[in-house]
Structure formats: structure tokens, C-alpha cells
Design a protein around this ligand. Structure first.
Ligand SMILES: [Zn+2]
Length: 331
């Protein structure tokens, strides 16, 4: 086990339901890892206390103190600014408004900390240690209840002017489409996420379409989820298959936009909905092929994340090390 203080960082992947922390070295090797439930309903105070507890456990497990860390990287959901370290809002963390999360962690731990969007952290994790190793231009897309993402251009995460870049889920696909949580119409995530799939299924069931989807949801339309629809589709339910293909179509429209704009070598597609696999992804790739420029489509490789749940936590740690290196504080 390497305890080299210059190359060890603590990564935090803060989610709406779970907190993951890990001590990792510059090669992405984990020295320790901790997993706990996010007390989201308790607001920022309860959540921050849980993060600090988890950090203390993960350091003990690694047999080191905060002093021997190079830095701390925090991946957090929602809108944040890496420059100021402030988490503005987060749809999965009720009560969070303009929380100076980076400074709080820095003060408590006495260690330099860095804040980054969780999907951007996952993109970095996959670039350095996962499916994107060796790539220079990578797009990471996570499709679950919403759609998030991270853009890597020429080996660097693209943060934009104020750290807000990479909100892939809110590119407009259909300007007359359903209203998104952000207030716009027809965003990618309101058409191609798990939430979108479940919403369409409920609509069709209420309109009287014959389907076994409801049986898998115990007869309760409110319990119709992407998972339930996938189960029905595996049992050859026509509506379930049609809706998954339709969702795949919308995934593909968004992918075509990304391919035409960024000409990436690799697009890593993760998140709960991607576990449906080919039934969703084949129509997505097919639609992307039809819509993207052929020369750009031909070079892109589609991949699954290789780090599973750890892309975010490893990416947050790697981001912290990279930022230290950039500022000349790491040799
Ligand atoms: Zn939106």
C-alpha cells in the first residue's frame, strides 16, 4: 500500500441517496472505501455531518490522517461553481441553497478541497481509469431519472465560463415537447430518461392500451417505473417494447447532436436506464447513425462505464490531484 502523501487524495461522491468516499492514489488504486446513506431530508447540516463521518472512517481504514492527503475532491449533484466552491441548488438535495460546501470541508479537514459536478467527476474517472483510458475527447452520459453528463475536450474536463457546462440533459430535442423540470420544453431528459419512459407508459395505460405492464406494478399506475417496463418488455409485452424503442430513439437524437458538436472518440453511457441494454441502445445507436455526419459517427466508440459506482468517487479524487498539479502544489 502506497502512503505517499503527495499522490493520495480523498474523493467524495455525494448523491441524493448515497455518499461514497474513498482514499485513492494517482493511479486510481483505492486504499479504502466507505458507503453510507445520505440523510437528504435532514438538509445541509445533516448531510455535511454524514460526509465528515464517512471521511473520518475512510481515513482510519486507510491507516492515514488528513495531513497525509494531497487534497480532497468533492463530486456533488446539481448546479455548482468549481471556482467559488459553492453548490447553488440540487434537485436531489432538499434545502440546499448557495452552500459553500468546498470551504466547509476545507475548514473542517484543514486540507485543500475542490468541488466539481458529480457527472463531470464520473467523466474524469472513466477517462483516467475506466472505459476512456487513452482517449482525448470523451463524452460521458448518465441516463437515469434525469440525464447528466461530462465533456472531456483534449484530455481536460470542459467546465465552461462558470463551471456549468455539461448539462447535456437540457439540450432541447423537441421545442414543442413536454415541460421539463428546468421550465423549458422538450429537453433531452424529459424525452429520453427513465422518468420519461414511465410517464409515457402511464399515459398509454390510462388511454386504455392493452399491456401487462400494470401487472408488474401490482396494478398501481403510480408504481410503473422504467424497471417495471423493462420486466414487461423482457416478457415480450408489445407496449413495453414499443416505449423502450421510442425512448432509445430519443437517446439517439441527443447522441447525434453530441457527435456532430464534439466529434468525440468515445461516448460512455451509464446510469440506471442504460442497464436495459440493447433493447434501448440499439435503436439509440441506429438513430444517431442516421442523423450524425458519417465521418464523425464512424470514429465514435460507444462504451459502458468500467468503474461502475466508483467512477464518481475516483474521478473526484483524480480531479483534486489534477488541480493540485495544475497549481504547482504537487510535484
Ligand atoms: Zn430541461
Amino acid at each position: 500500500m502506497s502512503n505517499n502523501p503527495d499522490t493520495t487524495a480523498l474523493g467524495i461522491d455525494l448523491g441524493g441517496t448515497k455518499i461514497l468516499t474513498a482514499v485513492a492514489d494517482a493511479q486510481g488504486k483505492m486504499l479504502s472505501r466507505d458507503h453510507s446513506i445520505t440523510p437528504a431530508k435532514g438538509g445541509p447540516d445533516a448531510v455535511i455531518k454524514s460526509i465528515l463521518d464517512s471521511m473520518s472512517r475512510v481515513l482510519t481504514q486507510a491507516g492515514i490522517t488528513a495531513d497525509s492527503l494531497a487534497a480532497i475532491g468533492i463530486g456533488a449533484p446539481g448546479l455548482s461553481n468549481p471556482e467559488t466552491g459553492i453548490l447553488y441548488t440540487s434537485p436531489n438535495l432538499p434545502g440546499w441553497k448557495d452552500v459553500p460546501l468546498r470551504d466547509i470541508i476545507e475548514k473542517e479537514m484543514g486540507k485543500k478541497a475542490f468541488l466539481i459536478n458529480d457527472a463531470n467527476a464520473a467523466a474524469i474517472g472513466e477517462l483516467y481509469f475506466g472505459a476512456g483510458r487513452g482517449a482525448r475527447n470523451l463524452i460521458y452520459v448518465t441516463i437515469s431519472t434525469g440525464i447528466g453528463g461530462g465533456i472531456i475536450i483534449d484530455g481536460e474536463i470542459y467546465a465552461g465560463a462558470t463551471g456549468m457546462a455539461g448539462e447535456l440533459g437540457h439540450m432541447v430535442i423537441d421545442d414543442e415537447g413536454p415541460v421539463c423540470n428546468c421550465g423549458n420544453r422538450g429537453c433531452w431528459e424529459i424525452l429520453a430518461s427513465g422518468t420519461a419512459l414511465a410517464r409515457e407508459a402511464r399515459k398509454r395505460i390510462k388511454a386504455g392500451t392493452r399491456t401487462s405492464i400494470l401487472d408488474y406494478a401490482g396494478g398501481d399506475t403510480e408504481k410503473v417505473t422504467a424497471e417495471v417496463i423493462h420486466k414487461a418488455a423482457q416478457a415480450d409485452d408489445n407496449l413495453a417494447r414499443e416505449l423502450i424503442t421510442r425512448t432509445g430513439y430519443y437517446v439517439g437524437v441527443g447522441l447525434a447532436n453530441l457527435i456532430n458538436i464534439f466529434n468525440p472518440e468515445i461516448i460512455v453511457i451509464g446510469g440506471g436506464l442504460s442497464h436495459i441494454g440493447n433493447m434501448l441502445l440499439e435503436p439509440a445507436y441506429e438513430e444517431a447513425r442516421k442523423r450524425a455526419f458519417r465521418q464523425a459517427y464512424d470514429v465514435v466508440r460507444f462504451a459502458h462505464p468500467e468503474l461502475g459506482r466508483d467512477s464518481g468517487v475516483l474521478g473526484a479524487a483524480a480531479f483534486a490531484l489534477k488541480e493540485m498539479e495544475r497549481s504547482g502544489k504537487l510535484s
